[in-house]
Design a protein around this ligand. Structure first.
Ligand code: F6P
Length: 537
């Protein structure tokens, strides 16, 4: 089989993408008034419009045929049926099993996996009901009324995003601590009563330095402020979510307070597992279940709809067009609701940790660009910071706009938010067709050329169901791109080097001895820091 990059289809797309006469977005719209219908898709309250990209019908067909070259269909079946597609770690990537409620798939998750995920959900349901019914008490007998999740990366970003997107003023307080900078934890401890606080220690490995350090600090805060011993504090105030229960037990957490998940759940795909416990505690188990159903809707769609009508596949192909054929190396995520302000950060991990790689599944160098730089912020704030760059910089950044059509909680702000969102989309695509004149002349600085690509996702409403669907949409988009680039999207070896270096350098900072510093390039920095430390002590 030829490598995908050597196929005639890939070469034709390269030619198309570099064509100086490539039709502009404006020209494509002028040519075909029905373009918005032809270049949009919908699933249960989630509408994707990808018409404002320089993609003609011919380009779309070429992009679709890449999926066949990449055997995408087989790869989807392999993922859903639990094949060990994470080859470097010899694991399945079965996050879809966590939200599978028995609907039809080409090949669903194995039965024994369904049984264990159901047991797990039952354990989450029981704790969440006990907490929300006021029956969960701390070491002094007082009702627990607040939760602090301690975790980082996938053990933080997903549940934090969902909780902040869906919480109301009457939901119990859930706070998230992730940074090893102690001001993160201490700042949040000020907002809770130790006698009434439950800590969820979320870590797939239960060895992550940031999380274990923060967990130990939280424990010593509890023993100090409540005047109880560690055993008592842990028993009443600590639960763990982990795929490594024996280490959590060693930490002192009782077996019945450990919510286990499995090595086939990747960290950045784990919010659907027990890592979603803060969602169930904060918003209610029933809301967590609706979130799972929303994701399951997208799973069924992804695994059954033809490629041309498949939302994750089309979103992925538009991204491939931008990265590989138009050479756009960044991608902005622009949600027009404060509730989704954490979405860009969440997607940074999902996309960049999954596909920010240059070696393929057969350990060969990839000759083309892979995951773009994901960044962004919420509207309307970004309009007053980096929007200028999006409109007029020579660096073109494709954007995903996310808007909510009706928001019962914030109905007064819906209109201005939508108006601003649509204004940005229009300005990026079409520029100022009638540029402002000054002294009868158009100043180049005032010309907004437009022809800047964007996708638009409109959620009818932002609720657990649509949010679940949208998160699964992006997960599958990342999967499709990984398949096309022939990447293992489920490992992250690049992260490990930083972790081991940090351990060694921390020792050197402690001892003041940097003789172990083999590279010497940071020896001067360590020396400077240690001198400064001595001066100020
Ligand atoms: O350092 C990266 C990473 O391994 C992520 O992939 C993961 O989500 C995060 O750290 C946290 O890991 P853990 O859940 O094992 O604490």
């Amino acid at each position: 089989m030829p490598r995908i990059f050597n196929t005639e289809t890939w070469k034709a797309l390269e030619k198309c993408g570099q064509d100086p006469n490539l039709e502009t977005i404006g020209e494509l719209f002028n040519k075909d008034v029905s373009r918005p219908e032809k270049f949009s898709l919908e699933l249960d309250g989630l509408y994707l419009d990808y018409s404002r990209n320089q993609i003609s019908e011919k380009t779309k067909d070429l992009l679709l045929s890449i999926c066949d070259h990449a055997h995408l269909k087989d790869q989807i079946t392999a993922m859903f049926s639990g094949k060990r597609i994470n080859t470097s770690e010899n694991r399945a990537a079965l996050h879809t099993a966590l939200r599978s409620n028995g609907k039809e798939y080409p090949k669903g998750p194995p039965k024994e996996i369904r049984t264990s995920t159901n047991d797990n959900l039952e354990q989450m349901r029981m704790l969440s009901h006990k907490f929300r019914d006021g029956k969960l008490v701390g070491s002094t007998g007082q009702k627990i009324n607040a939760v602090i999740n301690i975790g980082i990366g996938g053990s933080d970003l997903g549940p934090k995003l969902v909780y902040s997107a869906l919480k109301n003023h009457d939901h119990p307080l859930v706070l998230f601590v992730s940074n090893i900078d102690e001001s993160d934890l201490t700042g949040k401890l000020k907002d809770v009563n130790p006698a009434k606080t439950l800590f969820v220690i979320a870590s797939k490995t239960f060895t992550t330095a940031e999380t274990i350090t923060n967990a130990k600090k939280a424990l010593s805060w509890l023993t100090r402020t409540l005047n109880v011993d560690e055993k008592n504090a842990i028993e009443h105030h600590f639960v763990a979510t982990t795929a490594n229960p024996s280490v959590a037990e060693k930490f002192g957490i009782k077996t019945e307070n450990i919510f286990q998940f499995w090595d086939w759940v990747g960290g950045r795909y784990s919010l659907w597992s027990a890592v979603g416990l803060p969602i169930a505690l904060g918003l209610g188990f029933e809301t967590f279940e609706v979130l799972l159903r929303g994701a399951e809707d997208m799973d069924v769609h992804f695994s059954t709809a033809p490629a041309a009508l498949n939302l994750p596949i089309m979103l992925a192909l538009v991204g491939i067009w931008h990265v590989n054929f138009r050479n756009y190396c960044a991608h902005a995520i622009l949600p027009y609701t404060e509730r989704l302000s954490l979405f860009p950060e969440y997607l940074q991990q999902l996309e960049m940790e999954s596909n920010g790689k240059m070696v393929d599944r057969s350990e060969s160098q990839i000759s083309h660009t892979t995951a773009p730089i994901i960044w962004g912020s919420r509207g309307t704030n970004f309009q007053h910071s980096f929007a200028q760059h999006l409109h007029q910089s020579p660096i073109v950044t494709p954007c995903d706009f996310i808007a909510v059509a009706a928001d019962n909680k914030n109905h007064q702000s819906v209109k201005p938010l939508l108006a601003n969102c649509l204004a940005q989309i229009e300005a990026l695509a079409f520029g100022n067709q009638d540029p402002m004149k000054s002294n009868g002349q158009t100043k180049p600085s005032q010309i907004i050329e437009g022809n800047r690509p964007s996708n638009v996702i409109i959620l009818d409403k932002l609720n657990a169901r649509t949010l679940g669907s949208m998160l699964a949409l992006y997960e599958h988009k990342v999967f499709v791109q990984g398949v096309i680039w022939n990447i293992n999207s489920f490992d992250q070896w690049g992260v490990e080097l930083g972790k081991s270096l940090a351990k060694r350098i921390e020792k050197e900072l402690e001892s003041g001895d940097n003789s172990e510093n083999t590279l010497k390039s940071s020896a001067n920095l360590i020396e400077r820091i240690n001198t400064q430390k001595q001066r100020s002590s």
